[in-house]
Design a protein around this ligand. Structure first.
Ligand code: FMN
Length: 170
């Protein structure tokens, strides 16, 4: 696969960034040229065949920088192959608390191939005072709940589909 892929990733405490890195590694192993960047530093999408946008979920929403990125770039994203993913502590499938209508609207706005939710990591020692207060109220379970094997399987599915749709448009 000789596709060029941009992975745009909004992460506050690093867990979602590591998920994005795993996605990028799988796509690279399959021959794609992959760049990974946060929304504020992402290059224009012109040079890319596909864009994967991921965000951590905080108090029910994607991080503002990720939402703003999709809104800002929606015109250009609509002309590329796009996948979304979220990382949060809510169970599978993504809990109703994680604004599925917002995700569905984003998927529609750019004609994305899909959205996948992955479980994240909660390391209380790195949280701000305000974050600790929110988490205490939510009775969330601390720990690393990420399933990187599931992430890699999904990245493989993305790679498969990218090969398929690239062949169709070649
Ligand atoms: C203050 C706070 C609020 C959170 N709110 C949610 C939430 O609404 N839904 C959810 O699924 N996970 C929620 N989480 C869990 C984070 O999404 C999870 O820890 C994620 O993996 C963090 O990613 P990051 O390290 O890339 O920032 C919350 C975590 C914190 C600290």
């Amino acid at each position: 696969m000789d596709a060029r892929v941009l992975v745009v990733i909004a992460s506050r405490h690093g867990a979602t960034r590591e998920i994005a890195d795993a996605v990028a590694d799988v796509l690279r192993e399959r021959g794609a040229a992959v760049d990974v960047a946060p929304p504020g530093e992402a290059p224009g999408v012109t040079g890319y065949d596909a864009v994967v946008v991921g965000s951590a979920v905080y108090t029910g929403h994607w991080l503002p920088a990720a939402r703003a990125y999709v809104e800002r770039e929606s015109g250009a994203l609509a002309r590329r192959h796009v996948w979304f993913f979220s990382s949060g502590l809510a169970g599978q499938p993504a809990a109703a608390a994680n604004s599925p209508h917002e995700i569905a609207a984003m998927v529609r706005s750019v004609g994305a191939h899909g959205h996948r939710s992955f479980r994240g990591r909660l390391d209380v020692s790195v949280l701000s005072f305000a974050e600790r207060a929110i988490i205490a109220g939510a009775r969330a379970r601390a720990g690393d709940h990420r399933d990187l094997a599931a992430v890699r399987r999904w990245a493989d599915e993305v790679g498969d589909e990218l090969v398929r749709v690239s062949a169709l448009s070649a």
